[in-house]
Write a protein that binds this ligand. Structure first.
Ligand code: BMA
Length: 366
C-alpha cells in the first residue's frame, strides 16, 4: 500500500512537471506567446537595455512622474523595466525596497502602453520561518514534506498571482510580463539556493510553483530561469526543470570592484558561451537578467567592458540593477563618471532603448 501511494505521488509529481501549456490557449497566453516570438526575432537586431525600478526612484529623486535616471542622461527610457515583488507575500503595501505596489502597477501599465517590457523578480521571505529571502535554512525540503509550510507558500503565491493578474490595460487585457522566480538558484545565498536544496527538490518546487500560479489563473507570464554565473553547462542544467517550464534562460552577473574589467569580461564571456549552447539546444531566449558595476567607477565601462562582453552573446536583454542609494547604483545620472560613455553606448545601433522598442510594436502579432 505504501509503495502504491509512493508510485501515485511520483506519477503526480512527474506529470505536474510536464503539463504546462497543455490547456486550451487563452487570449492572454497567446499575448505572452506573441511577446516571446517577437522578442526572439528582435534578438537579431540588438540587445534591449533594461533597468530595475527605473521609474520609481533614482539619484536624488523618488516617485516623480516621468522621471528616470536613464532618461536624464540619454533622453530616452530603457526598453525593459525590472520590478521586485518581495514583501507582497506579507500583505505589505510597499516592496522590500520601498516601492508601493500600487505605483508598481501604475508604472507597469505606463510601460506596456509605450511598448516597453516589464519583468518581475521576487525576493520573497521564507514561508518556513518568515526570515528574509537571504535566509539560508534548507527551506524547500521542509515545504515539500510539511503541508503546513506548503500551505504558507501557497498563500504567498496567491498574492503574487493576484498581482500579476491585476496588471491590465484599460480594455481589461492582461499585460504580458516576464516573471523570474527563484533567481540566482546556483548560488547559496537565498533560501532556495544550491547548498540548501537538492536538484530534484528544486525542479519539483519550480514546477509546482508555476503550476500553482497557472491554476490560480496566471496566463500572462513568460518564465525566466536565471542562475548566477556558472562554470559548466552541467552546472547550468543541473536544476533546469525542463523546456515546458521555461521560456527564457538567463544569468545574473556583477562586476565586483575587486576585479578588473578584462577579467570580469573574460569570465562572463565563458558563462555566456554556456548560455548560448543551452539556448541553442533548447531553443530559448537568453538574457543577462541582472548585471552591473556598483557606482560604475570605470568611465568607459559601457563601451569598453559591457558592450564588448555582450556583443556576440545573442541576448534578448540586459537588466542593470537599481539606483537605490548614493553608494548603490548601476546606471549613471547626469555628471556621473560614466555618463558620457553611457551616451556613446546609447548611440550604438545594437543596443535598443524604449524609442527603438516602441517602433517594434512588441505586443502585436506579426
Ligand atoms: C539587492 C540590493 C538590495 C535589494 C535587493 C532586492 O541586490 O539592491 O538593496 O533589497 O537587491 O531588490
Amino acid at each position: 500500500m505504501k509503495n502504491f501511494s509512493v508510485l501515485i505521488l511520483a506519477i503526480v509529481l512527474f506529470a505536474s512537471c510536464k503539463d504546462k501549456k497543455s490547456d486550451a490557449v487563452s487570449n492572454e497566453l497567446a499575448q505572452a506567446d506573441v511577446l516571446l516570438e517577437n522578442l526572439k526575432s528582435l534578438t537579431k537586431k540588438g540587445v534591449l537595455f533594461g533597468h530595475q525600478d527605473d521609474l520609481a526612484y533614482g539619484n536624488g529623486w523618488a516617485y516623480e512622474d516621468g522621471n528616470s535616471d536613464v532618461k536624464r542622461v540619454v533622453g530616452d527610457y530603457p526598453a525593459v523595466y525590472g520590478w521586485d515583488l518581495g514583501h507582497i507575500e506579507l500583505g505589505d503595501t510597499i516592496n522590500l525596497d520601498g516601492v508601493p505596489f500600487s505605483k508598481m502597477k501604475q508604472y507597469a501599465l505606463e510601460v506596456y502602453k509605450r511598448g516597453g517590457i516589464n519583468t518581475f523578480s521576487w525576493h520573497g521571505t521564507s514561508p518556513y520561518n518568515r526570515k528574509t529571502a537571504w535566509d539560508t535554512t534548507a527551506t524547500i525540503k521542509h515545504l515539500l514534506k510539511e503541508p503546513k509550510f506548503m500551505a504558507e507558500y501557497h498563500k504567498d503565491l496567491d498574492k503574487v498571482a493576484e498581482f500579476l493578474i491585476s496588471l491590465k490595460d484599460e480594455n481589461g487585457n492582461t499585460i504580458p510580463v516576464i516573471y523570474r522566480p527563484l533567481h540566482e538558484l546556483t548560488g547559496s545565498w537565498f533560501w532556495w539556493g544550491k547548498k540548501q536544496t537538492s536538484p530534484e527538490d528544486f525542479k519539483k518546487f519550480w514546477c509546482l510553483t508555476l503550476d500553482y500560479l497557472k491554476s490560480k489563473g496566471v496566463t500572462n507570464a513568460l518564465y525566466a530561469f536565471s542562475t548566477s554565473e556558472v562554470k559548466t553547462k552541467g552546472e547550468f542544467l543541473e536544476r533546469y526543470p525542463g523546456d515546458r517550464y521555461v521560456d527564457i534562460i538567463g544569468v545574473d552577473a556583477y562586476h565586483m570592484s575587486s576585479v578588473d574589467g578584462a577579467t570580469f569580461s573574460q569570465g562572463l564571456k565563458k558563462t555566456l558561451a554556456i548560455l548560448n549552447e543551452v539556448g541553442k539546444e533548447h531553443n530559448k531566449l537568453m538574457a543577462l537578467t541582472e548585471i552591473g558595476s556598483e557606482q560604475i567607477p570605470d568611465p568607459k565601462w559601457w563601451t569598453e567592458v559591457l558592450f564588448p562582453t555582450i556583443e556576440e552573446a545573442n541576448l534578448s536583454y540586459v537588466l542593470l540593477w537599481r539606483n537605490g542609494r548614493p553608494d548603490h547604483y548601476y546606471v549613471p545620472y547626469p555628471g556621473q563618471t560614466s555618463a558620457k560613455d553611457f551616451e556613446e553606448f546609447y548611440k550604438n545601433p545594437k543596443v535598443l532603448f524604449q524609442k527603438e522598442l516602441t517602433a517594434e510594436k512588441i505586443y502585436q502579432k506579426k
